[in-house]
Design a protein around this ligand. Structure first.
Ligand SMILES: [Ca+2]
Ligand SMILES: [Ca+2]
Length: 359
């Protein structure tokens, strides 16, 4: 058995004798080629490392570096799949650097993102250790999975002890994997605050109708929304958000709100809604309060007919001085538990400005 391995041993020894001097020579040669200052390693991390987005959604990435030596300047270049992502913003950290020249560009089919930063003049102010070097905001444009990889054109420098520059070798342990899903994606959610004329302190919770009108087709979708009041009479949806199932994000819609005893008001016109609970989908409608006057008609299955007129006036006047709950559910416009002239005057107040639902 041992004898059969002998030729292999001889071959290994032979190869070692031939190649060892070449290896030694090559390593010596390499040392001479390197800059006088040692090549420092600098680790780049991108947070988050994995992300999945629908087309049209944005993704904010934080780029962090970790370095033992201070940094005085950076041209940190990433390559990204430009068919999958659009660049919304590239922003260097100006808390750490004096100048930010960061940008993105399209080069030979691929996209490049450049985090270009100039350090402060005093060496004591130059950043080191783990720190955020910048932020990249992308928008998903096409389905697929790709990474955000460091480009070989990256150059990062710092001052060396001997007065020259240290050149950092930037490396990533993990390239982030960024996935874009095909299709329309999740529906938008909206949140809003609103007021109701006649209610100035904490009011009861009530059910309103949120109507989403697609101006391109004229089609509508209605969503019942339970509204809850704070102590000052400002109402918002219970749970904060209303999920608009079946409504496409990133399209303009007109939003209309109608209360149970109130005329419908147009709150937003051709407003583009974003996917999910995006902060762009939060609205303040307290300046356009719901106006009471279109009360439910008990003779017609408690339907509201979309106008405030003599019929609503008579439904209120028939119940003046009544405190029972069925009367209050129709004609108590200020929700104080009694139907009286205060409620009637709220109808008159509404009629001084309008008498039918806004569309
Ligand atoms: Ca009416
Ligand atoms: Ca009342």
């Amino acid at each position: 058995m041992n004898t059969s391995r002998r030729p292999l041993k001889f071959l290994f020894l032979f190869l070692l004798i031939i190649f060892l001097p070449i290896l030694l020579l090559a390593s010596k040669f390499r040392q001479r080629l390197l800059p006088h200052a040692a090549l420092e390693k600098l680790e780049v991390t991108v947070d988050p490392l994995t992300a999945t987005k629908n087309i049209g959604e944005t993704l904010k990435l934080t780029v962090n570096v970790t370095t033992a030596k201070p940094l005085s300047g950076a041209n940190l270049v990433f390559t990204f799949d430009r068919f999958q992502w659009n660049v919304v913003e590239v922003k260097g950290n100006t808390d750490k650097f004096s100048d930010d020249l960061s940008t993105s560009l399209i080069a030979s089919g691929s996209g490049k993102i450049l985090l270009s930063l100039v350090g402060r003049s005093a060496q004591t102010q130059l950043p080191r250790g783990p720190f955020r070097i910048g932020e990249i905001t992308l928008q998903a444009a096409g389905a697929g999975t790709s990474s955000l990889a460091i480009d070989p054109a990256t150059q990062i420098v710092g001052p060396a002890d001997n007065g020259t520059h240290t050149l950092f070798e930037a490396y990533q342990l993990h390239d982030p994997q960024l996935t874009v899903l095909a299709g329309a994606g999740d529906p938008p959610k909206i949140s809003f605050t609103t007021r109701i004329n006649g209610i100035t302190t904490q009011g009861p919770s009530l059910t309103a109708r949120l109507r989403v009108l697609d101006p391109s087709s004229g089609s509508t979708r209605d969503f019942p929304v339970t509204l809850v009041s704070d102590t000052g009479g400002v109402y918002k949806p219970t749970g904060g958000w209303v999920t608009l199932t079946g409504v496409m994000a990133r399209k303009p819609y007109t939003l209309l709100l109608k209360g149970p005893k109130h005329l419908q008001r147009r709150m937003e016109t051709r407003k583009t809604l974003q996917v999910g609970d995006n902060t762009e989908n939060i609205f303040n409608w307290t300046g356009t309060p719901l106006q009471p006057g279109d009360v439910p008609n008990p003779n017609l299955g408690n339907l509201q007919d979309g106008v405030a007129n003599a019929l609503d006036a008579s439904l209120i006047l028939e119940r003046i001085n009544s405190t029972d709950s069925s009367a209050a559910s129709i004609a108590d416009l200020n929700y104080d538990g009694v139907v009286n002239l205060n409620d009637f005057s709220l109808l008159i107040s509404t009629l001084s400005t309008k008498n039918e639902d806004e569309q």
